[in-house]
Write a new protein. Structure first.
Length: 173
């Protein structure tokens, strides 16, 4: 017989747009706090994709998750998370839209920074995207776009073979 008193806080689940709409950021923040404390697995979010048939999942680097946990830096992460979970993966950017996008070829500084971040966070990238070192070159570079006139973006990498993404850090274009 199942124990009906299972603590829902410790159950693993995807953080979705529906859950965000119902409960706000709090379940994600609680999960991140417990992950940083070593009590839970990494928080994984699931959102829609441009083709509408296959959702994508995404995680954040430990550095960004620590930012969610600390109130002083949380405000810089809330809006990008909201836009990523709400609008999902939108493919190539035409400008003026929020969500997760491929980096453009003309975003040379952003691409170079992302390459450096992939190397700096290599162990997290390999684990979260479930790839070997040989697979690093096949990753697509991403950015989360939200209304931020300064041009600041959160950048990351996308393994198209398993629809998994990891966001690594902030940069500007």
């Amino acid at each position: 017989m199942l124990n009906n008193n299972i603590n829902m806080q410790n159950r693993e689940f995807y953080h979705t747009q529906e859950r965000y709409t119902e409960n706000g950021l709090e379940p994600f923040l609680e999960h991140a706090k417990n992950y940083i404390a070593g009590k839970r697995s990494i928080p994984v979010s699931k959102t829609s994709s441009i083709n509408g048939t296959k959702d994508v999942t995404f995680t954040f680097s430990d550095k960004l998750l620590e930012g969610f946990v600390h109130e002083s830096s949380r405000e810089h992460l809330e809006k990008p998370y909201e836009k990523a979970i709400k609008y999902g993966f939108r493919g190539h950017s035409k400008g003026g839209s929020n969500g997760i996008f491929y980096q453009r070829a003309k975003d040379i500084d952003m691409i170079n920074t992302t390459d450096k971040l992939i190397q700096a966070y290599k162990s997290e990238v390999l684990q979260d995207l479930d790839i070997s070192e040989e697979g690093l070159d096949g990753l697509k570079k991403l950015k989360i776009v939200w209304h931020n006139p300064s041009g600041q973006r959160i950048v990351g990498a996308y393994n198209t073979l398993n629809n998994r993404m990891i966001f690594l850090d902030f940069t500007t274009y």
